[in-house]
Design a protein around this ligand. Structure first.
Ligand code: HEM
Length: 229
């Protein structure tokens, strides 16, 4: 197994780990966004609460959740390792090379953007994930069903506070830049560079990075407006 440890410690190995975990998290984001779209329904939260119960009590999904948590931790830890190694390899900045002229802002600030997303995740987990798993959530029942945890009311309560909505909107702008750069570099690391297809992949990445965070940001904004009555 020493070849595996060596491969994981190599510069390319580290980048591959970042790419695989990042691409998995991108797939997670699509599913999470589609599920959260249920919050837009005018059904008193029934579909969302049923969905939340399904997501937190189905064994296959619970296993996928473990992969999601592991991916977030590995992605964050490796980003720190890569940054430290890069700094160690180049303790003094290049004198002539102007970073701002050679690479886009988002690629030079992946650490900052990743930190914004990480802080967002800590607040997000505390407010929703922790409440769903360990909190004292009010119960609700609908015609012909048993009782459900009313996660919809917890989400609605959170998004009735303007500063919470602002935190989500700002974090989603950070997420958009982070995704745009991450999408490109993941495909680069995996070796998909092609005269014809690379611009297509980059275009798809750009649209993805705009649409997904936009829809995520729209949820708190719409729920805040609804909360005003
Ligand atoms: C308005 C936007 C969002 C809403 C309303 C929302 C809502 C929720 C809720 C209610 C939960 C707990 C219940 C569950 O596990 O399904 C949850 C979990 C989670 N959210 Fe979000 N979320 C939003 C955006 C995001 C974003 C942008 C990210 C990532 C950058 C994210 C990452 C996660 C993760 C990793 C979990 C844990 C999933 C699991 O346990 O498998 N969420 N979210």
């Amino acid at each position: 197994m020493s070849w595996l440890t060596e491969a994981l410690k190599s510069s390319l190995g580290r980048k591959l780990i970042m790419s695989f975990t990042g691409l998995f998290l991108i797939i997670f984001l699509v599913g999470h966004m589609l599920g959260n779209m249920l919050l837009f329904l005018e059904d008193g939260g029934r579909a969302f609460n049923e969905y939340a119960r399904f997501m937190t009590s189905t064994p296959v999904i619970q296993a996928l959740s473990m992969v999601t948590y592991a991916s977030i931790i590995i992605h964050a830890v490796y980003s720190i390792i890569i940054t430290l190694k890069n700094k160690g390899a180049r303790p003094v900045g290049y004198a002539v090379n102007s970073a701002s002229a050679n690479s886009p802002w988002s690629s030079r600030n992946m650490g900052l953007l990743g930190t914004i997303v990480f802080i967002f995740l800590i607040v997000h987990f505390r407010s929703f994930w922790y409440e769903m798993k360990f909190g004292n959530i009010p119960m609700v029942s609908y015609e012909g069903t048993g009782e459900f945890k009313d996660l919809y009311s917890i989400v609605g309560q959170a998004f009735s506070q303007w500063w919470y909505v602002l935190l989500y909107v700002v974090s989603m702008i950070g997420l958009a830049f982070h995704l745009n750069h991450g999408f490109k570099s993941a495909f680069q690391t995996l070796g998909y560079t092609h005269k014809k297809y690379t611009p297509l992949i980059e275009g798809a990445g750009l649209w993805f990075s705009i649409i997904v965070p936009f829809l995520f940001a729209l949820i708190p904004v719409v729920m805040f407006i609804k909360s005003l009555g």
